[in-house]
Design a binder for this molecule. Sequence first.
Ligand SMILES: NC(=O)c1ccc[n+]([C@@H]2O[C@H](COP(=O)([O-])OP(=O)(O)OC[C@H]3O[C@@H](n4cnc5c(N)ncnc54)[C@H](O)[C@@H]3O)[C@@H](O)[C@H]2O)c1
Length: 348
Amino acid sequence: MSIITILGAGAMGSGLCTPVRNAGWEVRLWGTWLDDHLIDACEAGKPHPRTNVPLAKGVKLFRAAQLEKALDGADVVVMSVASVGVPKITEMALEGISKAKALWLTSKGFCPNNEGKIQLLPEAIRTIAKQKGISLPPIVAIAGPVKANECAEGKPTATIFGCKDLEVSRKYAREARTDVYCIEATDDETGVEICAPMKNVYAIALGIADGLEEGTGFPHHNLKAATFNRAVKEMSLLGQALGAKAETAFGLPGVGDLEVTGLSGRNKVYGVRIGRGETAKDALAEMDRLEQTVEGVPAAGLASTLVEQSAPQLKEELTLLKAVNEILSGTERPVVKVISDAVLPKMP
Ligand SMILES: NC(=O)c1ccc[n+]([C@@H]2O[C@H](COP(=O)([O-])OP(=O)(O)OC[C@H]3O[C@@H](n4cnc5c(N)ncnc54)[C@H](O)[C@@H]3O)[C@@H](O)[C@H]2O)c1
């Protein structure tokens, strides 16, 4: 039986346990020093506090101090912590990761290196390993429309595994597949890794369109659809500028994940607050108070730095990214105007 060690016992780490356990793997779930209460609940047989679903049966639990034990003999290691924690957890787990046959990655985000250069997460992990003189197994970027709670509950889910070596993507897409957790394989690691954080940024804009309905009493579905279209186009443009395939944004990592993220989730909820009239600052303070991390907020700023550094030709073209950043920095203009200017077609 192959062994998989998932690093991060939050919603996604625990949710992923269900398919891989059902696919016949030995599953180990390691919680960071922030996860003790989550491990406590799982050990007590209670639903996981983040997904409200009990952990899959037979999963072995490990606490922060047991990292070495959790990684011992692992065939696959999964990085499933919030993107802000990826560099630290990579450093802590590097030796175990280097002995595994693959590193999977469900974390979504951008990561600045020591010189302030914005990297995609796989690149950031490779840079850390290189600095320590440690060689890494292939990285498999995981994305697509996957809500952790539905995945945990075994509801039908489509996902995508992206590895530069297509044979590696295909191998794990076969080995982790179940009747309800079905996996596409691609070699477009970059495309997958661009869409993953960008859809969080754009879900804020979709939420704003929903919030406008709450604030004005009138639906803004036309604006929301135009925003969705613009978001997909921008994910594709940015991906291509960085070497991704154009079509990845039109598949599960882009359109698919944007749809599910725009329906519910913290980025959308944050956008709704802004759309119905709260300032970006007040809305974020309220989300913080509720312990709801809005990953799209840092991602929006980092994405615009990424564009300046690595795709400056797109600076004026990514109008929706610019609009979201304008709103997040506290624009004086009505948000409906800011979004409309960004997504409605220009005079031909
Ligand atoms: N929830 C989902 O449906 C879902 C789906 C796909 C991908 N993801 C991605 O998976 C990642 C984890 O999301 P989640 O929903 O499990 O979040 P979560 O808040 O439930 O869990 C976060 C995890 O990251 C760890 N963590 C947080 N801050 C850290 C830090 N500073 N240093 C080290 N570790 C830290 C926590 O201990 C925990 O294990 C995110 O990047 C998210 O975008 C989430």
